[in-house]
Design a protein around this ligand. Structure first.
Ligand code: ADP
Ligand code: NA
Length: 330
């Protein structure tokens, strides 16, 4: 029997990923690729919804792909490719946009938040149809599961609705995917502002740990992380968001239970705890960074791997799109 399909992706929106992307997404992808036929994309078409310098976008796309591989996504096992290399994404997105209600798209909270923040004149139509492109990404591959953060759950619900709608109007073309929502304990917060999520698009990077940063720089950021005045290493998201966040990072990177880490640092100060975490961060990310830099040192080889993977993705995507066109009378 063939393995169930999995689809996920990330935008190439920065030169480096941050450790929230690593803990919340890449570590899970790395495990899931064993039991699923996994497709992981770098969604550069989605990135066009933000202003981009073209040569920088190309570089960020390459860097994001290199970090997937460095984090353990195996291009020989999973299909790791760049979204724009497979033309079917844009084509299916157009088709799906014609069965998406205007009001339905307007109810997407991510779009509502962004357009409220920037105003509709500064918001582009691509941002409005973003979830439709995401639905196309997922549906092209006859996906069974989509691992996503909580903020993307609504988009996967829309994807399911569109798949069911198309299937019932025109005949079965799509498998209806299920979201797998990331665990709360996999959510990483900003080290300086531990109630807002760590993000590669954060305004200040003082509280962001970058995957490609020099490990000594990350160690310093850990040592400067915001804590509290209690002086006890104890998990309590409400009362002690800073310390809890550090505990979550520690546990995620070592595979240990939070309680065992609390026990280890019982009766010791935050300085010791941070030093311990800094060592964990350096030993986990040092090799990942080195591997990513090695891959980036040989862009021709990286491009070759990405092209081969895009060809594999295209084979599956074109089959779905061909069936869709057929059913629509195109
Ligand atoms: P960013 O905010 O860094 O731009 P994205 O929104 O592009 O991140 O998300 C890419 C992937 O990384 C998603 O799967 C998302 O759930 C995960 N992710 C992003 N930030 C975090 C975080 N702080 N903690 C856990 N997972 C995260
Ligand atoms: Na993103």
């Amino acid at each position: 029997m063939s393995k169930p399909r999995l689809y996920s992706g990330m935008q190439p929106s920065a030169d480096s990923l941050q450790i929230g992307n690593y803990i919340g997404a890449l570590m899970q992808w790395r495990d899931l690729q064993e039991s699923y036929d996994a497709f992981f994309s770098v969604v550069d078409l989605h990135a066009l919804t933000q202003p981009n310098d073209p040569s920088e976008l190309r570089e960020k796309t390459r860097r994001t792909a290199a970090q997937y591989i460095a984090a353990g996504i195996e291009p020989a096992k999973s299909t790791l490719y760049v979204q724009s290399h497979v033309r079917a994404h844009a084509e299916l997105a157009w088709v799906l946009s014609t069965i998406t209600g205007f009001g339905e798209a307007g109810r997407m909270t991510q779009f509502k938040d962004k357009s409220a923040r920037y105003g509709t004149d500064a918001t582009n139509v691509g941002l409005f149809t973003y979830p439709v492109l995401m639905a196309a990404d997922i549906l092209l591959y006859q996906t069974d599961i989509v691992p996503v953060g909580d903020d993307q759950k609504q988009h996967v619900e829309l994807t399911r609705d569109l798949a069911e709608r198309f299937n019932s109007r025109f005949g079965e073309a799509f498998r209806v995917p299920k979201p797998v929502i990331q665990k709360d304990t996999a959510r990483i917060y900003d080290l300086q502002n531990p109630t807002s999520k760590m993000s590669k698009s954060a305004e200040s990077d003082a509280g962001v740990l970058w995957l490609l940063d020099d490990p000594s720089k990350s160690a310093k950021k850990v040592m400067r992380a915001v804590t509290d005045s209690e002086g006890v290493v104890r998990y309590d998201r409400d009362e002690k968001p800073g310390v809890s966040n550090l505990l979550v990072i520690y546990a995620a990177l070592t595979g240990r239970e939070i309680t065992s880490i609390e026990d280890e640092y019982a009766g010791r100060g935050y300085g010791d705890f941070k030093k311990g975490l800094a060592e964990v961060v350096v030993s986990e990310f040092g090799p990942v960074r080195e591997r990513a830099l090695e891959l980036l040192d040989d862009p021709a080889e990286l491009d070759r791997v990405l092209a081969a993977n895009a060809a594999r993705a295209e084979e599956v995507a074109d089959r779905t799109l061909g069936d869709v066109y057929d059913k629509l009378g195109l």
